[in-house]
Design a protein around this ligand. Structure first.
Ligand code: AMP
Ligand code: GLY
Length: 428
């Protein structure tokens, strides 16, 4: 098969690395990709939201299947574009329809979906500018802390956890009346704070069946011990010692299965990954959010733990045969540690030469590229998150230490990484 993978992050390098190992993969294209994906296939310099150009590339390269990494093209309707376009309808697209992608594209849509299908989540209210005063009155009645969420996509920045009512009301005004998050904040979800331990669960669904993939936990804060600003993710680990068989059973019964049944009942076409952001409160799972794609950097630990042929999994998804698949997982612990540009998640410079990539002296590690590109013979930084170093170990601590050792041998100006990924599972 000839595949086109859409995206350019560590998630896409990981997927490309895994696709390349499949005997079913005859040729792999990545749009636009990065210096890492260029080692797995052919990068195509195409804007991921320019569907016409992606369609032309599919025809020119006789693509059989398109796999969509990030949320933006999904929320903008790439699945529907291919399905409805004459000449493209035979190309399999892995990713949900535009309507189903609203599970990530609109927090209010996701909340209404969960309430409708009795999926456990925090109590909430939703408000537009014309309901501003109603919203203020609602906020004042809630217990603290209180969570405000811009309805639309806000590049991971649209969630605020407020410790008092004054702060919540002033942020509410900034979002709703002063466009703090642009159009994404035209509607605001006000939500009760969930306590517990956060984790991510992933499934692959064909709309009828699903397979459960390894769970993961990511580390969003820039600083060690989870201090400082939120980022796209500074590292991730899998498996999680507190995810027991009994907990997973609850997640399946209360969350995954009602979600898939709900999608079907609501006629929301969904063939792809679902990412459940969960809070485990003393063994009881609640949904914080849905994402209509894999996570990044969670992919960098989840995919390496899957022993199955990923192209076969994609094919079974497209052909609604996931009930035939049994997921085989590597029992070893896996960690990824992300090296970022100096200044990230604020302003940072690009174009810094990356040294040490040619000498993968340690075994059991894989260097996945995020924001990188080739400049002549050099590989240079091209984003905030630059590299994700994934390692296997007998336990999480070993895996993280292995990644940290690997990172000591890599270098670019301003490089920073957290050395404490997985700290709460430290057993040494
Ligand atoms: P989201 O953009 O929905 O992933 O939210 C960003 C982060 O905010 C989540 O990963 C959680 O850590 C936190 N968060 C969001 N909603 C809640 C909630 N209702 N209770 C507690 N924490 C939350
Ligand atoms: N690491 C969180 C995300 O991909 O949304």
């Amino acid at each position: 098969m000839k595949l086109l993978l859409i995206g350019s992050g560590g998630r896409e390098h990981t997927l490309a690395w895994k696709f390349m190992q499949s005997p079913l993969c005859k040729q792999l294209f990545i749009a636009p990709g990065n210096a890492g994906t260029a080692l797995c296939g052919t990068n195509l310099q195409i804007d991921i939201t320019h569907f016409e150009s992606l369609a032309t590339a599919c025809i020119v390269n006789a693509i059989d299947m398109v796999i969509v990494g990030p949320e933006e093209p999904l929320v903008k309707g790439i699945y529907d574009f291919f399905k409805n376009r004459k000449g493209l309808e035979n190309i399999k697209v892995i990713g949900p329809s535009k309507a189903a992608s609203q599970l990530e594209g609109s927090k209010a849509f996701a909340k209404a979906f969960m309430i409708r299908h009795h999926i456990p989540t925090a109590a909430y209210g939703e408000f537009t500018a014309d309901k501003y005063l109603e919203g203020v009155a609602y906020i004042k009645k809630q217990s603290l802390p209180i969570v405000l969420k811009a309805d639309g996509l806000a590049a991971g920045k649209g969630v605020l956890i407020c410790q008092n009512h004054l702060e919540a009301c002033s942020e509410f005004e900034l979002m709703l009346l002063r466009s703090k998050f642009g159009e994404a904040g035209n509607k605001v979800v006000v939500e009760a704070f969930l306590k517990g331990i956060e984790l991510s669960i992933f499934v692959l669904t064909d709309g009828e069946n699903y397979v459960l993939l390894p769970e993961a936990k990511d580390y969003k804060r820039i600083g060690e011990a989870d201090a400082g600003l939120n980022t796209g993710g500074m590292g991730a680990v899998s498996p999680l010692p507190f995810v027991t068989e009994a907990f997973l059973q609850k997640v399946k019964e209360k969350i995954i299965e009602p979600t898939i049944a709900g999608l079907k009942k609501d006629k929301l076409d969904y063939k792809g990954f679902i990412f459940f952001g969960l809070m485990n409160d003393g063994g009881e799972p609640n949904v914080i959010e849905y994402n209509c794609r894999m996570g990044d950097p969670e992919t960098e630990v989840v995919i390496p733990r899957i022993k199955n042929d990923l192209v076969e999994l994609m094919l079974a998804t497209a052909e609604q045969r996931l009930h035939e698949i049994k997921i085989e997982t590597d029992e070893r612990a896996v960690a990824t540690v992300v090296a970022v540009s100096g200044g990230y998640p604020g302003e940072y410079e690009k174009g810094k030469m990356i040294n040490g990539l040619q000498d993968p002296v340690l075994q059991n590690s894989i260097i996945f590229h995020s924001g990188t590109k080739k400049e002549g013979k050099d590989t240079v930084t091209n984003g905030g998150r630059v590299l994700a170093v994934t390692s296997f170990g007998g336990n999480i601590t070993e895996a993280v230490e292995q990644s940290n050792r690997m990172l000591e041998q890599l270098d670019f100006e301003g490089m920073y990484y957290r050395s404490d990924i997985g700290y709460e599972f430290n057993i040494l």
